[in-house]
Design a protein around this ligand. Structure first.
Ligand SMILES: Cc1cc2nc3c(=O)[nH]c(=O)nc-3n(C[C@H](O)[C@H](O)[C@H](O)COP(=O)(O)OP(=O)(O)OC[C@H]3O[C@@H](n4cnc5c(N)ncnc54)[C@H](O)[C@@H]3O)c2cc1C
Length: 336
C-alpha cells in the first residue's frame, strides 16, 4: 500500500503543479496516470507546439513546460504510479481513502485530487482487423520521438493537421528515408499553408502523396513490413514500409471517473469554487476535469484552482493548525 498525504489522479500540468503547492505546505504527493509518462495532453497531443499564454513565458513548447514543471517539483520528491488507470476510490475509516488501479496497485491518503483532464486517452484506430498485433511493432498512433523514424520508410494516414504537420516535419528535418501520406479524400482538413506545403513537396518528389486511398491491411511476421493500400483509381496494392502511423486523433474518455458517485455535468466534475471540492470531503477536482460557472479549460486556470484546493486539503489533515500564507521569495523552497 502506497501511503501519502495527497493522491493525485492525473499527471498533466495541473497534477504536477499540485505537488509544488502541496510541498510548500509540507504535504507529500503521489501521482497516478494511465499514460507511461507525465505531462497529460501536452506530452501526448502537442509536445512540440509553442504555448503563448503561460504567465512569464512569452513562448514555451508544451514539452518544455512539462520538463520545467518536473524540475520545479523535484525538491518535493513526488512518487508515481504510471501506466495504470485509477479505477476505484473507497473510504477507509473517517479520514482516509484508498485508490486502486486497474493493475491492483493500492494507494491510501486523506485527500484525493482528481486532475484527470479530459479523461483517459484512446487513439482513434482505423478499422484494420489485425492492427492491434502490430502496435509498437511498426504501428504508432502518436509520434513521441520523431528520431524513432530515422531512415525508415513511413506511411502516415489522415487528413488533418497532425498528419500534414508530421509529413512536413519528416521532410524538413530529413528524418525518414521515404514518407507517404495516404488520405481517403482529395481535399485535406488542415491549415491551407500546410496543405500547400505538402502539395509542393509532393511535386518535388519529397512526399509520396496518395489521395483517394486507404490503408486496409497490414503484413509482416514479427514486425510490420508492408501495408495494403486500397486506391479508388488503382485498386488494391501492397507497399513495403517500416512504419504505419495512422493519425486520426485521440479521443479522451472520462473512463472510471464517471463511476465514482461525483456530480458529473457535460463530462466534467461539478465543484464548489471556494476550494474546488467535489462535495465529498477530501476529494477535489482541478484542471480540465472540473466544471463551474465561467470555467475556462486553460492551464493557468488549473494552476490557480489547485493552489486554492491544496489549502483546503491541508486544513482537512490539520484542522487545528493556523495556515499562514508565506511568499516563496521570503521562505524559499524547502524540499523534503
Ligand atoms: C492542441 C491543444 C493546444 C492547447 N493549447 C493550449 C494553450 O495554448 N494554452 C492553454 O492554457 N491550454 C491549452 N490547451 C489546453 C491544455 O492542454 C489543458 O487545459 C491542460 O492540458 C489541462 O491540464 P490537466 O492537468 O487538467 O489535464 P490533462 O493535461 O488532460 O492531464 C490529465 C491526465 O489525467 C490522466 N487520467 C485521466 N483519467 C485517469 C484515471 N482514471 N487514472 C489515471 N490517469 C488518468 C490522463 O491520462 C492525463 O494524462 C491545449 C490543448 C490542446 C489539445
Amino acid at each position: 500500500m502506497i501511503e501519502t498525504d495527497i493522491i493525485i489522479i492525473g499527471a498533466g500540468p495541473v497534477g504536477l503543479f499540485t505537488v509544488f503547492e502541496a510541498g510548500l505546505l509540507k504535504l507529500r504527493c503521489h501521482l497516478i496516470d494511465s499514460l507511461p509518462q507525465p505531462g497529460g495532453q501536452l506530452t501526448e497531443i502537442y509536445p512540440k507546439k509553442p504555448i503563448y499564454d503561460i504567465p512569464g513565458y512569452p513562448t514555451v513548447d508544451a514539452g518544455e513546460l512539462i520538463e520545467n514543471l518536473e524540475a520545479q517539483i523535484a525538491p518535493f520528491k513526488p512518487t508515481y504510479t504510471l501506466g495504470e488507470t485509477a479505477v476505484s476510490i473507497e473510504k477507509d475509516g473517517d479520514l482516509h481513502y484508498i485508490v486502486t488501479t486497474n493493475k491492483g496497485t493500492r494507494h491510501r491518503a486523506p485527500n484525493i485530487f482528481i486532475a484527470g483532464g479530459l479523461g483517459v486517452f484512446e487513439p482513434r484506430k482505423p478499422p484494420i482487423e489485425n492492427i492491434d498485433e502490430y502496435e509498437e511493432k511498426g504501428v504508432d498512433y502518436i509520434i513521441r520521438d520523431p528520431k524513432k523514424f530515422k531512415d525508415k520508410k513511413v506511411v502516415i494516414s489522415g487528413g488533418g493537421d497532425s498528419a500534414l504537420d508530421w509529413a512536413i516535419y519528416f521532410v524538413e528535418n530529413e528524418i525518414t528515408a521515404e514518407v507517404s501520406l495516404v488520405h481517403r479524400r482529395k481535399e485535406f482538413r488542415g491549415h491551407l499553408d500546410s496543405v500547400q506545403k505538402v502539395i509542393d513537396y509532393s511535386n518535388e518528389g519529397k512526399i509520396n502523396l496518395i489521395t483517394e486511398s486507404e490503408v486496409v491491411g497490414l503484413n509482416g511476421v514479427e514486425e510490420l513490413n508492408s501495408v495494403v493500400i486500397d486506391s479508388k483509381t488503382d485498386g488494391k496494392y501492397v507497399k513495403e514500409v517500416d512504419n504505419f502511423i495512422p493519425l486520426f486523433g485521440l479521443k479522451p474518455k472520462l473512463g472510471p471517473i464517471a463511476d465514482w458517485g461525483l456530480q458529473i455535468e457535460k463530462n466534467a466534475i461539478k465543484v464548489d469554487t471556494t476550494d474546488y471540492s467535489t462535495g465529498i470531503p477530501g476529494i477535489y477536482a482541478v484542471g480540465d476535469i472540473n466544471t463551474y460557472e465561467g470555467k475556462l479549460k486553460l492551464i493557468l486556470c488549473g494552476f490557480h484552482e489547485t493552489t486554492i484546493a491544496v489549502q483546503s486539503a491541508f486544513k482537512r489533515i490539520y484542522p487545528e493548525k493556523n495556515l499562514v500564507l508565506k511568499y516563496t521569495t521570503v521562505n524559499g523552497v524547502n524540499g523534503f
